[in-house]
Design a protein around this ligand. Structure first.
Ligand SMILES: [Zn+2]
Length: 141
């Protein structure tokens, strides 16, 4: 938990550099602060306040800090998400949710396990088309 919290709090200033649009390269303009809550161990929530930025040319909107931190979508900190997803590759999602609750004290749903698992699989280069099988994926972890 402390590691996750420190990662988030030490990085509050990271998004202040001149972020560029990933689509066209133009300088992004801040559209104000938005907060996001991330759940970590012992069911504690970390609140992250960061800029929402938009491209003046192509209107692409994003959170530069989320990108710098490598935050994926979802309610969990990256460390929690990784743990949940890894467990989800070995045991049934419902059981994984119970084990996460037992070992970390954090309440996650079966759907969150499934979703985290799919996200990890996708960000590891896996997809139905890529031909990476589940057992190959497990060996990579
Ligand atoms: Zn753009």
């Amino acid at each position: 938990m402390l590691q996750d919290a420190a990662m988030v709090s030490e990085s509050r200033d990271l998004g202040k550099g001149q972020a560029k649009c990933p689509e066209c390269g133009a300088a992004l303009k801040s559209k104000g602060k938005r907060s996001r809550k991330l759940k970590t161990q012992r069911n504690q929530e970390i609140s992250l306040e960061r800029d929402y930025a938009q491209c003046p040319k192509c209107k692409t909107g994003l959170f530069p800090l989320d990108r710098e931190l490598g935050l994926l979508e979802g309610e969990l900190t990256p460390q929690m998400q990784q743990s949940v997803a890894r467990l989800g590759t070995w045991i049934a999602f419902e059981r994984a949710a119970e084990e996460i609750r037992h070992f970390t004290g954090t309440v996650v749903s079966k759907a969150t396990v499934h979703w985290s698992y799919k996200l990890l699989f996708a960000t590891s280069g896996g997809s139905e088309k890529s031909g990476i099988t589940l057992s190959q994926f497990r060996r990579q972890l």
